[in-house]
Design a binder for this molecule. Structure first.
Ligand SMILES: CC(C)(COP(=O)(O)OP(=O)(O)OC[C@H]1O[C@@H](n2cnc3c(N)ncnc32)[C@H](O)[C@@H]1OP(=O)(O)O)[C@@H](O)C(=O)NCCC(=O)NCCS
Length: 187
């Protein structure tokens, strides 16, 4: 299990922030992300990268000061993850906000409330470090994610007509935000 940094439990499910991987966790994380990409998740990668490249990607994430990685487990096995991205230190004007990136759950563990637990935990951490607003970006074709994020209070504020290109097709992008403080107040 990753180094303990605060966790949320629910029966067979667990969400935690990690700063190190066991070999088993890294292997199940790579399997989960590959399964999500193959199923069509398509969040950044069009095809699953080679295992070594994926492992290097996740290990590299842990070294970036502005990024935090959260893992979701079902029955102890990693089945999803999410990242919290804080603005760089020189970006004082946006220090009150954060970005939620690459939240996914493997197809074999969906519709059990794990994504909701992950998002709750990421938002809780953002609040704890003083963030008042969470931002995120989705794109055309991510209908499940649109339904999910709108169901947990994210509001769409804008649309980009040429946000991404996948298999030669230009796709729209959707911009979302969610106020993190009670009552939606940004001080
Ligand atoms: C979007 C995603 C993270 C949802 O994961 P999940 O663990 O199945 O979601 P949850 O079980 O926590 O769902 C919570 C609520 O979100 C909504 N929701 C989730 N998936 C949905 C779907 N496919 N269709 C409609 N609503 C959905 C529902 O309101 C659901 O509550 P309910 O099950 O009580 O009806 C998952 O489908 C996924 O990983 N998709 C591919 C990756 C992706 O596109 N990520 C976004 C990039 S940041």
């Amino acid at each position: 299990m990753g180094e303990w940094q605060g966790e949320v439990r629910r029966d067979d499910a667990l969400v935690e922030r990690v700063s190190a991987f066991t070999d088993d966790d890294l292997a199940s994380l790579c399997e989960a992300v590959s399964a999500a990409i193959i199923e069509g998740g398509n969040f950044g990668w069009a095809q699953p990268p080679e295992r070594a490249a994926l492992e290097a990607y996740f290990r590299g994430l842990l070294l970036v000061p502005e990024r935090s990685l959260f893992l979701a487990r079902a029955d102890g096995v990693v089945v999803g993850s999410a990242q919290l991205l804080r603005p760089s230190r020189n970006n004082q004007a946006q220090a009150f906000s954060a970005t939620l990136k690459q939240l996914f759950i493997a197809p074999y563990a969906r519709r059990r409330g794990l994504a909701r637990m992950l998002a709750d935990r990421v938002e809780e951490r953002a609040r704890a470090i003083g963030c008042q607003v969470m931002n995120l970006e989705l794109r055309e074709g991510q209908g499940e994610a649109v339904a999910f994020f709108e169901s947990i209070g994210y509001r769409r504020w804008g649309e980009h007509p040429a946000y991404a290109r996948v298999n030669g097709r230009t796709l729209r992008g959707f911009y979302y935000y969610k106020p993190l403080q009670p009552g939606g107040v940004v001080a």
